[in-house]
Design a protein around this ligand. Structure first.
Ligand SMILES: [Zn+2]
Length: 199
């Protein structure tokens, strides 16, 4: 008995709806006919597409997470900066930058209002010339009351500085480390200010 011409054993087609018995021409062949071969190739492609989409979704999630973290740092830095602005103007005894009315420091009625808004001029979000104690009324309900803000700001820092702010189109990029440093800097400045005032 010879074992030289080992005949390939018949297999069952891998395609679920077919399951026909066939004799493979090569060991990797799992389909009975070209038509079933196409079905299997398509299924494989679809599987790859799904796993790619899944990986992509995962990567987007990771990116979003990173973005969120940066946003958290941005928010914390802004809070520290704004707290400094309020402390600075409270200690100086300033009136509302736009309405010119006395500010009520007893509750939660004073904002640190940006002349050029954080939304339209994010590069000036940490610029001390651009941010002043302002009544919540003006900041939130009168959209910053820009016309009166400019008048108040001109009286406070001078026309030259106001015009410099208005012309400032510089681009500033903040890394997470930058934001951490800004937060630390303004917390220290606020502490210093309050200490000096209490003494
Ligand atoms: Zn088949």
């Amino acid at each position: 008995m010879s074992i030289t011409a080992k005949k390939p054993r018949p297999k069952k087609c891998r395609v679920e709806s077919c399951r026909a018995s066939f004799v493979p021409k090569a060991s990797f062949q799992t389909w009975c006919s070209p038509d079933c071969g196409v079905v299997i190739a398509r299924a494989k492609q679809e599987k790859q597409r799904k796993s790619f989409a899944q990986r992509e979704r995962r990567e987007i999630k990771v990116r979003k997470e990173k973005l969120k973290k940066r946003g958290d740092h941005m928010r914390e830095a802004q809070q520290a900066f704004n707290a400094y602005i309020r402390a600075r103007d409270q200690i100086a005894g300033h009136l509302c930058i736009s309405s010119g009315k006395p500010l009520d420091w007893s509750g939660n009625a004073v904002d640190a209002g940006h002349y050029r808004s954080v939304g339209s001029a994010p590069h000036l979000r940490f610029d001390e010339r651009n941010c002043h104690a302002q009544s919540k009324q003006d900041n939130r309900f009168l959209s910053g009351n820009a016309v009166d803000y400019r008048i108040g700001l001109t009286a406070r820092i001078g026309l030259e500085a106001v015009e410099a702010l208005e012309a400032d189109q510089s681009v500033r990029k903040y890394t997470i480390d930058d934001l951490k440093a800004i937060k630390a800097e303004y917390r220290a400045k606020t502490r210093e200010l309050k200490k000096g005032h209490a003494a």
